[in-house]
Design a protein around this ligand. Sequence first.
Ligand code: PTJ
Length: 257
Amino acid sequence: MVVSRSHPRYESLMIRERLVKGYEDGFVAVEGLMAHGRGEAFDYLLGERTGKAAGRALRAAAASMLTSERPVISVNGNAAALCAKEMVELAGIVGAETEVNLFYGGWERRRKVAGVLEECGAVRVLGTDERRSERLSGTDSPRRVVDRDGIHKSDLVLIALEDGDRAAALKEAGKRVVAFDLNPLSRTAETADVSIIDNVARGMAELASIAKEYRERSESWLREITDGFDNRDNLAICINEIRENLTGRARIAQIGR
Ligand code: PTJ
């Protein structure tokens, strides 16, 4: 579909088109289109911008990734459609592996997702070879299939648009979890160590940019940021941001009466 630049919802429609194209190319699950709709609704409530709470979480996420020894960026179909280039860039900055990990579909779709990352310059993408797979305990989710050299060995995993079960299983396995999720009420957001309540289509680039800036900082400076971050407090701030945003919108609605 051709979207006119003058359309008031141009950006949002273009993001939607990326997912439709990903679905047509076979690397986005049909369920991913529904998941996007849910995300869009929450993004609306957030005012479609990166709020203060998300900014704080992004800084804690960058510091966490830079201080981790074996970080892994877990990539699913939607994330590949919306921010493949930014995830590859982030991986390079923080020295992370990229690993395909899917909820729906099998090895063929995994390889297609890997292809998208490779087109963006990734030199090594894990999670595409069944012979190298291990099982993450504590979850029946198809996402339990992880790469022996990636998530299995990692100390931190960045996940985006995921299910709460796997976030909990990753924590149970002793890993630090950084999550992108537009829904501050989701189990994933509640379970992760750092929940970034932001659209990956905006936030992943911002995370790469902060990590680039923080790369020169000392370990102790970075640790101060991670130690000073409380995910539950930050989620509460985020939920209040939504409330304030809605209060503002209610006032505007009344003025227009
Ligand atoms: O590619 P696969 O097979 O791994 O499947 C990916 C999906 C997304 C289909 C799968 O993980 C899924 O079903 O996810 P859920 O359970 O629908 O959860 C998706 C969460 O991500 C919801 O809380 C959404 O609000 C949120 N979300 C949707 N779009 C975005 C988002 N969060 C950040 N950025 C978005 N663009």
